[in-house]
Structure formats: structure tokens, C-alpha cells
Ligand binder design. Structure first.
Ligand SMILES: Cc1ncc(COP(=O)(O)O)c(C=O)c1O
Length: 446
């Protein structure tokens, strides 16, 4: 059914807020001026404004006008700082969705708040919504695999490592990777060895060598939008890794924290080799950071072990996050918001390509981060310090190195972190100026 005019207007205002054109505290045009500017009746504008006020997107103050309400999106606490470190999804309008959802399903939110589902790790409704999502994304089949709910990918990773390793074991992973892998491994007394990568991700020849050298039996990897490099493994590379895993009897722990942002979706290692793969995912990077809800998929025989490991780590999953997520998966809000995030990230990726033209970097469509190789002669620490002096914070590559002495000579830039496009552009321009300026050596090398 085509949308009514007032809905088109409220959509337009939502988009302007999402893109950063309108920010928290900004005053909207008075309704009469808006109606004249857009050639619609005053009644239509009034209905659109009222809808957004009801949703909590706008607020009206008598005698002062209508303003954009705080979205709940946390701006950098330091005035003037452009923080490009943390990967977080850019969507700004979920607060109004949350307010609406609480009113739509008070019983299920009430139950999440007051009932203890600890003995089942989530309610039947949560498991239904998760099962549906996993069926669509990962061809999950309850007869062959198990699905365990958890409170995010880090918890899924921890439970998977606990289930598949013993203290003192060696775990293989990409040479540079998400820092949570090192943190979890250290806590469990595991050694981590980094496997060399090329432009298609983990290198099979290097993997083969590492397995021979270390006798490792577990491999952790991020095949889609790998952090920090942004690489998505093509299908042939996934198949090569699986073939090696079969030859050396490796268990694969697949981190799919970003997979939902990739279109078209590549087949997961889990769907290609479900007898030896444990996949963990979450919604903190694709939907909203505050939704501490994740899923663990594994061979059927591991279900009860993983269940106990998740309980050992956290006793229960976060019931409120799960109540929100299962409601949003069932009514389509989660899918829409992830798609919105993807669109915003694609647009930000285009802007980054324009601004950083001439620099050496890589990112893929929809990927929330960008991996920028520094020109020869510049070191990560001096670039990071020099950028910080100008108020731009980036994640130096060393933070991602499994072997702390390895310096890949690159920085990761988060495209989703800035609250609006103007801030992202400003940060990127400063980075470009630092890297491209002819006298950069004098300014950067101390
Ligand atoms: C690649 C990767 N995996 C897992 C995680 C952890 O995700 P969650 O917030 O769901 O625990 C992160 C978070 O930064 C990540 O970047």
C-alpha cells in the first residue's frame, strides 16, 4: 500500500536525522513554513510532526517550537574529538522504535524484567526468533545442529573456546585480528599463533605450515568483513580453508559479528562444514551496541556442552536485550535497521573513497571499517600520536597483532562511529592531510 503523504514527510525527517543533517537539539521549521516549502497542507505537516513526537523522535515546547530529541546516540564525551576507533553501527533512530515496542508488547517486556529464565537460556519466543534468523542466514537445521543463545559474540567465542580447548593448547587465528580473541585466549591459558594473510584473507599455505609447526587443533577466523583488514574471503578461499581443516582435523570457530552487513551474503564456514564449525554472531555491530544478544551454532553433539559453558560465563543471557531483539526480529524492525545501517555504511564508504583518493586502503561495500596502509617512512605510533594531537583518534594496527612485535604499518578507521557524515568527512580529511602532505616526515617523525 502506498504511504500517506504525512508518512512520507515523517520518513524524510527521519532520514535527515539519520544522515546527521538534523542533529539532537536542532529546531525544525515551523509547521507553516514547512508546508509552504514542501507544497503540502498544514494538516499533513502537523500529522507528520505529531507522529514523530509520539515516537519520541521530536519534542515540542510551547512557544519555542519543535526540536530533534536526543537520539540516545552517545556523542564523543570529549568536545571536538573525532573518534574513529570503535566499530559501532550508525543508526540513530532506534530509540523511538524501542519506545514504541515497549508499548506494543508490554507483557513480553514485563516478563523479561520480572521472570527468571535462567534455567532455559532465553524464553521459547527468543529461541523461535533466533532459530528463524539462523535458518534464513545460515541454513540452520535443528535436526543436525544446535543453537545456543548468548549475550554477544565475545561470550559466544569464550564459550566455544572453553568447549574446544584445554589450558596450554595452541589456537590459530589471522595474523591481525579482533583483540577479544587474544583476551579470551589469555584468560583460558591458551597460546595464540597468527597465520599470515593475503588479499583474500587467511593464507592456506601459511595455515598448513602453522598446523604442522604447532599441532594446533582449533582455528578462529572471521571470513566476512574481517577486522581490522575488512577482507571478505571469497568462496574458493573458504573451501580451501575447510579442505585443510578436514585434512588436519581442525575445529573451526567462525566469528560472524559483521556478516549481516554483507550483501550478497557469502556462505558461512558453518553452512559449508557444519560437522566441524562453531559459528558465533551478535547484533552489537550490525543493529545497536546496546543489544547484548548473540547466537552460537554448532554441531548437534556440542549443544549441551556449549549451553553449560555459556552458563558458566554469565549464568543467564541478557533478558531485556533478548526481549527487544526477538520482538524486532519478529516484526521486521531488526532487519530494517540492519539494512539502514548497511546503506549508511555504503554511503560512508563512498565518502571515504573520495576523501582518501591517492592513499592506499581497502574496504568493502557495507563494511563498517577501513584499513589504511601508511606510506613508507611513517610509523603507526607517530601517525596515531600526530592525529590525536589534532583530535582524531584511530586504532593503530599493532593493537590487532597477535604477535605484539609485528607492525603491519596500517591503521583501522571505523566508518560507523562518527554520529554524522560531516564529522566523518572532517576526520578523514585530517588523516589525508597528514598522510599526503609533502612535509609529513618533518611533522610526523620525531
Ligand atoms: C570481529 C569481532 N568479533 C566479535 C566481537 C564482539 O562482539 P560482541 O559485542 O557481540 O560481544 C567484536 C567486537 O568488537 C568484533 O569486532
Amino acid at each position: 500500500m502506498p504511504k500517506a503523504k504525512y508518512q512520507l514527510i515523517s520518513d524524510l525527517i527521519r532520514r535527515r536525522i539519520a544522515s546527521g543533517e538534523l542533529r539532537a537539539g536542532d529546531r525544525l521549521l515551523p509547521q507553516r513554513a514547512f508546508s509552504e516549502q514542501h507544497g503540502v497542507t498544514l494538516g499533513t505537516v502537523s500529522r507528520a510532526y505529531n507522529e514523530l513526537i509520539r515516537e519520541g523522535v521530536l519534542e515540542a515546547t510551547i512557544g519555542r517550537g519543535t526540536f530533534v530529541r536526543s537520539s540516545g546516540c552517545v556523542e564523543s564525551p570529549n568536545e571536538g574529538v573525532i573518534d574513529l576507533r570503535v566499530n559501532r553501527p550508525p543508526v540513530r533512530l532506534l530509540v523511538s522504535d524501542l519506545i514504541r515496542s515497549l508499548g506494543e508488547a508490554p507483557d513480553s517486556f514485563g516478563a523479561a524484567l520480572t521472570r527468571d529464565e535462567a534455567l532455559t537460556l532465553g524464553s521459547a519466543a527468543h529461541r523461535r526468533a533466533a532459530g528463524e534468523w539462523c535458518r534464513e542466514r545460515y541454513a540452520y537445521d535443528a535436526a543436525r545442529s544446535s543453537l545456543v543463545l548468548c549475550s554477544g559474540a565475545q561470550q559466544g567465542l569464550m564459550a566455544a573456546l572453553m568447549a574446544c580447548t584445554r589450558p596450554g593448547d595452541t589456537v590459530l587465528t589471522e595474523k591481525v585480528t579482533y583483540v577479544g580473541v587474544m583476551i579470551a585466549a589469555r584468560a583460558l591459558g591458551l597460546n595464540v599463533v597468527g597465520v599470515a594473510m593475503d588479499e583474500e584473507g587467511m593464507c592456506p599455505i601459511a595455515l598448513s605450515q602453522c598446523v604442522r609447526d604447532t599441532n594446533a587443533r582449533v582455528l578462529v577466523c572471521t571470513p566476512t568483513f574481517h577486522s581490522p583488514t575488512s577482507i571478505t574471503m571469497p568462496l574458493a578461499r573458504r573451501q580451501a580453508i575447510i579442505a585443510l581443516a578436514q585434512r588436519h582435523d581442525l575445529t573451526l570457530l567462525e566469528d560472524d559479528a559483521y556478516g549481516a552487513l554483507a550483501m550478497p551474503a557469502m556462505p558461512s564456514l558453518f553452512s559449508l562444514a557444519r560437522e566441524r564449525t562453531l559459528l558465533f554472531t551478535s547484533f552489537s555491530k550490525t543493529l545497536a551496541p546496546g543489544i547484548r544478544a548473540g547466537m552460537l551454532l554448532a554441531p548437534g553433539r556440542l549443544g549441551s556442552v556449549l549451553y553449560r559453558k555459556v552458563r558458566a560465563v554469565a549464568w543467564n543471557i541478557d533478558p531485556l536485550s533478548w526481549a527487544v531483539l526477538s520482538h524486532w526480529l519478529s516484526n521486521g524492525t531488526a532487519q530494517r535497521a540492519i539494512e539502514d545501517n548497511r546503506k549508511v555504511l555504503i554511503e560512508r564508504g563512498h565518502i571515504a573513497r573520495q576523501v582518501l583518493e591517492g592513499c592506499e586502503f581497502r574496504t568493502d561495500e557495507g563494511c563498517p571499517h577501513l584499513w589504511l596502509t601508511l606510506p613508507t617512512g611513517l610509523t603507526v605510533s607517530t601517525v596515531a600520536a600526530s592525529l590525536q594531537a589534532e583530535g582524531v583518534h584511530i586504532q593503530p594496527a599493532n593493537d590487532f597483532s597477535v604477535d605484539e612485535s609485528y607492525d603491519p604499518g596500517a591503521i583501522r578507521i571505523s566508518l560507523g562511529a562518527p554520529s554524522n557524515i560531516a564529522t566523518l568527512r572532517k576526520g578523514l580529511l585530517i588523516i589525508r592531510r597528514k598522510l599526503m602532505s609533502p612535509n609529513r616526515y618533518e611533522r610526523l617523525i620525531v
